[in-house]
Design a protein around this ligand. Structure first.
Ligand SMILES: Nc1ncnc2c1ncn2[C@@H]1O[C@H](COP(=O)(O)OP(=O)(O)OP(=O)(O)O)[C@@H](O)[C@H]1O
Ligand SMILES: [Mg+2]
Length: 478
């Protein structure tokens, strides 16, 4: 059991793409080291051989320059001075017999060659070594050969080989080690995301992926995932809310309906009474269906799907036509409708939803205010976009209830006597949010003042995606 955990980690490590990348890198490293070694060895060796050749040629030139008669003595003197090399000399007559020097044998041909030199100890051959020899026939017909042992070049070979072997092994080891470390740190961070995903899949939607704070690609991934989770959580919450609302708030009208039908079945004695009870029941059912439709509409708006159909909407024109629709009605009710609408303002949005939103607000200003009180609608440009204001002169909404009234089915006590289901402002809030518009309730003293602020498309306030995910207003055209 204890051994199984590290084994799993090791197995995962070996399977990880970062480790495979590290191993590949180590292989490449080894190849590069080998290439580097070959090139260095080749050029250093050439350099050393050239040095040896130059030393031989200098020596050869010196002897060649001597008078023919004194060469043998000079060679004998030089051999006596350095009997163990590194330079070896040989002066051979026409038959190939050595006249002077210590080269073991005559070169087979003039020019550069390599041959073995016998090393004597106590007058007997003890060992042999390779010498590089230059030979040429002199003016007196003799063959002069000067050689130098290759020990320095061979030793260099060995040392270079050894040095490169160590350096190569160390770099491959370091590359592998780097691969393991990189793979481990990548694996750790991928594991964190996978663990969070597994917990979310198990139903814990509150889990968030934690980042390192370095702002690297994993942090950006974590941020994007957390943003997505935030959204999913909001949607799930909204679905839960809708189910709760349906369960709680539709019970009452359905119970009424049932009661009405029950008492009609029990008490109605003639067809006419039965018919009128059935008609009232039908109206009740229509109300319930309308509430259902409104709830589903709000849920759909909150899901954000309607954004796909966004297009340019002439906000000035939309409000103008609403004023055209409501003005006659309000005139009949003796309500003054004051308007101040800036022209040519276009926003990016959903025409039908925006219309529904303003209808709900206007309906509220008619429904929840005393007859004869005025209503004022304004549209104005602002530095960051545009603002729609709807003021009435009714009782208004108390400051402490302003955040509450956008909830589903919320109706204040003052509205008890008026018809309605308390879904109007919930839809207004959902549409405003969909358009990235800020909805605020204020005091029109007296009355309610509703303000909707649409922001410009490239406004910095849109930078935070969770807060205001969508641009609302096209740059205003004059
Ligand atoms: N202009 C207003 N003046 C005073 N109170 C208001 C005004 N608008 C809304 N309210 C209060 O806010 C509550 C919620 O409004 P909302 O529009 O959501 O529901 P409703 O108008 O009652 O019903 P409906 O779903 O038919 O619109 C209202 O019941 C009312 O108490
Ligand atoms: Mg309403």
């Amino acid at each position: 059991m204890t051994g199984s955990v590290p084994t799993t980690i090791r197995a995962r490590l070996l399977r990880s793409s970062a480790f495979r990348l590290g191993a590949l890198q180590a292989g490449l490293f080894a190849l590069v080291a080998l290439l580097l070694f070959a090139v260095t060895w080749w050029s250093v060796r050439n350099y050393v051989v050239a040095q040896v050749q130059r030393a031989i040629a200098d020596e050869f030139g010196e002897i060649e320059a001597m008078p023919a008669g004194s060469r043998a003595d000079a060679i004998a003197g030089m051999v006596a001075q350095a009997p163990q090399g590194p330079l070896y000399y040989g002066l051979f007559d026409g038959a190939g017999h050595r006249v002077a020097g210590d080269l073991s044998r005559a070169p087979s041909r003039p020019g550069w060659s390599t041959q073995t030199q016998d090393m004597l100890a106590g007058g007997r051959q003890a060992s042999s070594l390779g010498v590089l020899v230059h030979a040429a026939r002199l003016d007196d017909g003799r063959l002069l050969a000067v050689g130098r042992d290759r020990r320095s070049a061979d030793r260099l070979d060995e040392e270079l080989q050894e040095a490169f072997l160590w350096a190569g092994a160390a770099s491959v080891f370091l590359a592998l080690l780097g691969g393991v470390f990189t793979a481990r740190s990548y694996l750790r961070r991928v594991e964190a995301v996978a663990t969070a995903a597994a917990r979310i899949a198990a139903g814990d939607l509150g889990v968030r992926v934690s980042g390192s704070g370095r702002g690297d690609e994993f942090d950006r991934l974590a941020q994007a995932l957390n943003g997505m989770l935030e959204r999913i959580q909001i949607l799930m919450e909204s679905v839960r809310q809708v189910s709760n609302d349906i369960a709680h708030d539709l019970r009452t009208p359905l119970a009424h309906l049932r009661q009405r039908l029950e008492s009609a079945t029990r008490a109605a004695t003639d067809v006419a009474t039965f018919r009128s009870a059935a008609e009232r029941a039908l109206a009740d059912v229509d109300d319930v269906l309308a509430t259902f439709a409104a709830l589903l509409r709000i849920a759909q708006i909150e899901s954000g799907r309607r954004r796909a159909g966004f297009c340019r909407v002439d906000l000035s024109g939309l409000l103008d036509s609403l004023v055209g629709d409501y003005a006659p009605l309000m005139e009949d009710q003796g309500r003054p409708l004051r308007t101040q609408l800036a022209q040519g303002i276009r926003i990016h949005g959903d025409h039908a939803l925006l219309t529904q939103m303003f209808v709900n607000l206007i309906e509220n200003s008619l429904r929840h205010t005393p007859p004869g009180t005025p209503v004022a609608l304004a549209l104005e440009r602002r530095a960051s976009g545009c603002r729609v204001t709807l003021d009435d002169a009714g009782p208004g909404i108390p400051a402490e209830a302003r955040s509450r009234v956008i909830g589903r089915f919320v109706r204040l006590d003052a509205a008890r006597s008026t018809p309605g289901s308390g879904l109007g402002l919930a839809l207004v809030a959902a549409v405003a949010d969909l358009h990235g518009a800020a909805l605020a309730f204020g005091d029109a003293s007296p009355g309610l003042s509703v303000q909707l602020d649409f922001v410009l498309q490239n406004s910095p306030s849109l930078a935070a995606p969770a807060a205001r995910p969508f641009p609302a207003v096209d740059p205003i055209e004059g």
